[in-house]
Structures are given as C-alpha cells and as structure tokens.
Ligand binder design. Structure first.
Ligand SMILES: *[C@@H]1O[C@H](CO)[C@@H](O)[C@H](O)[C@H]1NC(C)=O
Ligand SMILES: *[C@@H]1O[C@H](CO)[C@@H](O)[C@H](O)[C@H]1NC(C)=O
Ligand SMILES: *[C@@H]1O[C@H](CO)[C@@H](O)[C@H](O)[C@H]1NC(C)=O
Length: 332
C-alpha cells in the first residue's frame, strides 16, 4: 500500500510539473511565450533527421502515422510540455521547410552529447550537434530575430517577438550520451571521471543563456540507464552486477552520482544567477519506478519492457503517452 502511494506520487510528478508551469498562467513569470530546448534523442523533434534525412519507419507509426523525426513512436516529454503551455510542437532549428519559431526552437538532435565529440557521426554515430554547438545556434537565432525586427524582414512571420528571450522556458535534457557512449569501451569508473565536466558545461550554458536574457531553466536529470536493455546487452557484466530488478548496479550508482552532482551544481548556479529560476526535474525517480514496477503501469508497458526488450536485439526506448511515461521498444 505504501509503495503504491509512492508509485502514484512519482507517477504524477511530471504531470505536477506541467500543471505547475501551466497553472500559473496569470503570473507573468510563468507565462512563457516560447520554449528553447537543448538535448538529444530524448527530446529531438526532428533536428537530426532534418540534417541527415530521411527517417524511416516504424518510428511514429502509432501517433503521427508516419516518421515524425522523433526517436519514439509517440510524443516526447517536450511535446507534452509544449502542449500544456498552449504551444504547438517545437520546430527543430535545423528544419528549413515548414518550421514556425514563434514559440521557440528545438536545438536537440539524437545522439548529441554535452561535451564536444572527439569522433564523427560516421565513425561512432555521435551527433556533431553537441551542447556547445546548440548554444551557438541559440545565440545565432537571437541575432537573427533581433536583426529581422530592426530591418523588418519578411521572414518575421515565423519568428518570435524581440522580447521573447526573457519570457521563455529553456529546457535541458542532455548528458545521457556522454554517460553511455563510452561505457562499454572504457567502463563506468573512467566515465565517472569526466561527468563533473559534463555537468559543469550544462551549468556554464545556463549562465551564457542568462547572459543573453534567459531567466527560467528546466533541467531534466539522467535516467536509470543501468536498466535500459541497450546498456544491459552492450555492457559486459555478471549476475552479481544486477539488482533484484535486473538493473546494473554499478551503472545506476554512477547515474546517482551524476544526478546528485547535477542537483548540487544547479543549486550553486541558482545562487550565482540572482534573477534566474533554475528547476531540477527528477525524471530519474519516475523512470526507475517504471522499471521496478512495470506492472503497475499496465500490461502493455509491462510487456514492452520485460518481454520485447530482454532479447539480445538492440532496442531504443523513449516516449511518453498521455502525460504518463511509457517506454517504447523497437527493433532497429
Ligand atoms: C575529447 O578530447 C579532449 C582533449 O583530449 C578532452 O578534453 C575531451 O574531454 C574529450 N571529449 C570527449 C567527449 O571524450
Ligand atoms: C536537490 O538538492 C536539494 C538541496 O540543494 C535537496 O533539498 C533536494 O532534495 C535535492 N533533490 C533531489 C531530487 O535529490
Ligand atoms: C534582477 O531584476 C530586478 C528587477 O528587474 C533588477 O532591478 C535587478 O537589477 C536584477 N538583478 C540582477 C542581479 O540582475
């Protein structure tokens, strides 16, 4: 019973955050006009596939009925967030046709890292659009918006107002690939060594955006990737490395270390940026519960996670459904 209550509590955490952001419509601080998102596949709404076309099925088959640039069958957290704030889905910054940036832009691309990659997309599959590049795109976006307004350019009808940058929500859902991409090759202990650098760069990016007028920042923490099938199949381990839920203990310990440090660093950032609101969103808690108690989220979810995903095939698991987090698994 107690754990049931806990479960329901974490289950509704995301909904709560959305309601929190949405519920204050009258309060100018929360009356966001736009969202600018920095991220990887967890929040890419088409950036990667705009740069490197084209995405094939089965992506998007259930909700969008066609590939929609997301590494998911359904909508992503960022889609639900945009919708709950009364905005359309975020256009990818890299999408040249059909984009509308009046309510922000999405700089996320799948396989993005925080740190500059030392390798190429064509060698290791890591996106060239790491956080520093995404930040440069954001700065350039602002320069273009400012210029377009002062020169009264025709492209203005798809651009936000000049004052949008102080009235926007800046979201960060990135760092997972820094954590996972080297896990199999160098091991969890050596990955841990550069995690402070990853977090430092996220905090540094927030400060830079504050410098150009950003005031509200939402940072999603790292998921318990030690439960992810792709990690379980790709990372050499013994049964002793698994907890009673079948998740990798050393990997999830490193995730906790990362999240604790991220939370601490963001507290520090909060004290440094006097007029900023910096929110640390604990999605880890929700996702961990999903892996530990999949049955309480319905049999569909249970089947997807525990039956489809425990083979040695590679799977990709992302997505959320009706404000409830649901992981989708695809053979890729
Ligand atoms: C890439 O190499 C540089 C210099 O050796 C290093 O500082 C940086 O952390 C490396 N980045 C990654 C993602 O490994
Ligand atoms: C984050 O840190 C604050 C203290 O700065 C603490 O009160 C809070 O519980 C932490 N959040 C999580 C999810 O660990
Ligand atoms: C914070 O905002 C207030 C009101 O806009 C302003 O007067 C003050 O100078 C700002 N403080 C800093 C540190 O930017």
């Amino acid at each position: 019973m107690a754990s049931d209550i806990n479960r329901r509590r974490s289950f509704s955490l995301l909904v709560l955050i959305i309601v929190m952001l949405y519920g204050h419509k009258g309060d100018s601080k929360c009356d966001f006009e736009a969202i600018f998102n920095f991220g990887d596949s967890n929040s890419d709404t088409g950036g990667f596939w705009a740069a490197f076309p084209a995405q094939s099925g089965p992506w998007g088959m259930t909700y969008f009925k066609k590939p929609a640039g997301r590494a998911s069958d359904g909508r992503l957290i960022i889609d639900f967030l945009a919708k709950s704030l009364g905005m359309p889905f975020l256009s990818p910054y890299l999408q040249s046709i059909g984009s509308d940036f009046r309510h922000g832009a999405n700089f996320a691309t799948l396989a993005s890292t925080v740190l500059l990659p030392n390798t190429s997309l064509f060698v290791s599959g890591i996106s060239p659009f790491s956080l520093a590049i995404q930040l440069n795109q954001m700065k350039q976006f602002k320069v273009n918006v400012d210029e377009s307004h002062s020169l009264d350019r025709p492209g203005l009808k798809i651009l936000p107002s000049k004052i949008v940058f102080g009235k926007s929500l800046y979201t960060f859902y990135i760092g997972q690939n820094d954590f996972t991409s080297n896990l199999a090759s160098i091991g969890v202990e050596r990955v841990k060594l550069y995690l402070p650098q990853v977090i430092g760069q996220i905090a540094g990016t927030i400060k830079e955006i504050y410098g150009i007028g950003g005031r509200t920042f939402l940072v999603l923490n790292l998921a318990p990737v030690g439960c992810y099938p792709a990690i379980l199949t790709g990372y050499t381990h013994t049964d002793a490395d698994l907890d009673k839920y079948g998740c990798l203990i050393p990997v999830n310990k490193a995730v906790k270390y990362y999240n604790t440090l991220l939370n601490k660093t963001l507290s520090q950032t909060r004290t440094e940026l006097k007029n900023a609101t910096v929110i640390y969103l604990d999605t880890h808690k929700i996702l961990l519960d999903l892996f530990q108690h999949p049955k309480s989220y319905g049999t569909l979810c249970h089947n997807l996670i525990w039956f489809s995903c425990t083979s040695t095939d590679k799977f990709s698991i992302f997505g959320i459904l009706r404000n409830r987090i649901l992981l989708f698994c695809f053979h890729i």
